[in-house]
Write a protein that binds this ligand. Structure first.
Ligand SMILES: [Zn+2]
Ligand SMILES: [Zn+2]
Ligand SMILES: [Zn+2]
Length: 343
C-alpha cells in the first residue's frame, strides 16, 4: 500500500478512532487559490466591544481599565458551581440517564488591544498569557470537585467566536470530558504495554521522519499528526515529558509562547487571511491523583480547506461513518512548513 496514492485509513492512537484518507482525490494540481476577504482592520479599541477595557459587558458589569491579561467569570456560563452532582436514571434501565455537572466558566482576554491576535501579539505578551493560563489552571484545578480544566480558544466567526477581541475560555468541570477521557485510556494502556509515554515516543518518531513537522524550537514541536482529520490540523507537543502547564520552566513558558506565535502566524499566511480555528490544551486531569502517563499537548483544529471561504464540512459518510480527508497530512505539513520558513 502506498500512503501517497492508495485510499487507506489511519489510526489515531490517542483516541482509538480512525480517519479515511483518499490521496488520489487530491492529485489534481494545487490551484494556489487565495480568495481574499475584504480587508477590514479592526480598531485598537471598539466602544461596542464587551471585552475592551472600561466597557460594560452584556450582564451590566463594567470591565476595569486593564493593561495586560484580564480574567472574569463568564456572564453566560454553560456551567454552574452549585449544581448538585445527582444522577438520574429514568426507567432504571440505563437508557435515559443524566448526571449533574458542577463547573466554572471563565473568560481570559489576552490583551487590552481589540485588534491583536496570538499571531500579531509580541512574544513577551504571549508569555504573559501563558502565565495567566498557568495561574488559572493551578487555581481551578486545586478546587474540590473540579476534575478537569479545559482551556480553549475559538477564533473567527466561522468557528462561532462571537467577538474578535483576542480571548479564550476556560471550562472547568467535575467529570472528565469525552476527548481527554479517551486520551487518558490510550495513554494509560500505552504506558502499561510499552513502559514509555505515547506522545514522547510519537514525538521522537516524527522528529526522525520530519515529513509531518511544521515548526519546532528547543522545547516544543508542532506537527500535522499522521491521523489528522482537519486539513491543516496541528498537534503541539512538548519535547520533555510534562503533564500540565504547572510543569513548565520559565524557559519552556517562553518556548510555548514562541511556538504558538509560529503556528498562528503560519496559519495566517495559508490563505492570507486571519485563519479561523479552535485550539486548546490537553492536560492531565485534576482529579487529585497523579497522572505520570499524561503528556502535555495542544490541538489546533482549523476548518478551512481550499480558500478563505471554502471550509471542510463533516457530513455524509463522515457524520455516519468515519471522518475523511483528501489532502494528506504530509502534503498539508509541507505547505505549512514552507510558510513557516518564510518568516
Ligand atoms: Zn474589544
Ligand atoms: Zn511523554
Ligand atoms: Zn489531546
Amino acid at each position: 500500500m502506498k500512503l501517497t496514492e492508495d485510499p487507506h485509513r489511519r489510526l489515531n492512537p490517542l483516541t482509538g478512532e480512525w480517519v479515511l484518507v483518499s490521496p488520489h482525490r487530491a492529485l489534481r494540481p494545487w490551484q494556489g487559490e487565495v480568495e481574499k476577504l475584504p480587508a477590514q482592520a479592526p480598531p485598537q479599541y471598539d466602544p461596542t466591544c464587551y471585552l475592551c477595557p472600561g466597557n460594560a459587558r452584556a450582564g451590566g458589569v463594567q470591565n476595569p481599565a486593564y493593561t495586560g491579561t484580564f480574567v472574569f467569570n463568564n456572564d453566560f456560563a454553560a456551567l454552574k458551581a452549585a449544581t448538585p452532582k445527582e444522577r438520574l436514571d429514568i426507567g432504571g434501565k440505563g437508557l435515559v440517564v443524566a448526571e449533574g455537572e458542577p463547573g466554572i466558566c471563565r473568560v481570559i482576554c489576552f490583551s487590552p488591544r481589540h485588534d491583536l491576535t496570538l499571531s500579531t501579539m509580541k512574544a513577551n505578551e504571549i508569555e504573559e498569557v501563558v502565565r495567566t493560563w498557568t495561574a488559572q489552571f493551578r487555581e481551578l484545578g486545586a478546587l474540590p470537585g473540579i476534575g478537569h480544566v479545559q482551556i480553549f480558544e475559538n477564533r473567527g466567526a466561522m468557528m462561532g467566536a462571537s467577538n474578535p477581541h483576542p480571548h479564550c475560555q476556560i471550562w472547568a468541570t467535575n467529570s472528565l470530558p469525552e476527548a481527554p477521557a479517551q486520551e487518558l485510556v490510550s495513554q494509560t494502556n500505552y504506558a502499561r504495554t510499552n513502559g514509555s509515554c505515547l506522545l514522547c515516543d510519537y514525538t521522537e518518531l516524527e522528529s526522525e521522519q520530519q515529513v509531518r513537522i511544521v515548526c519546532q524550537n528547543g522545547s516544543f514541536v508542532a506537527l500535522v499528526p499522521f491521523w489528522a482529520v482537519w486539513p491543516f490540523e496541528i498537534l503541539v507537543c512538548s519535547r520533555r515529558h510534562l503533564s500540565t502547564l504547572l510543569d513548565l520552566t520559565s524557559a519552556e513558558q517562553s518556548a510555548l509562547a514562541g511556538i504558538l506565535k509560529d503556528v498562528t502566524s503560519t496559519y495566517d499566511r495559508v490563505f492570507e487571511v486571519p485563519f479561523p480555528y479552535s485550539m486548546g490544551f490537553h492536560q492531565a486531569p485534576t482529579d487529585k491523583s497523579v497522572h505520570p502517563e499524561w503528556h502535555f499537548h495542544a490541538h489546533f483544529y482549523p476548518p478551512l480547506l481550499r480558500s478563505a471561504k471554502v471550509r471542510k464540512f463533516m457530513v455524509g459518510f463522515e457524520m455516519l461513518g468515519t471522518p475523511q480527508r483528501d489532502i494528506t497530512p504530509e502534503t498539508a505539513a509541507e505547505r505549512l512548513r514552507s510558510l513557516c520558513q518564510q518568516v
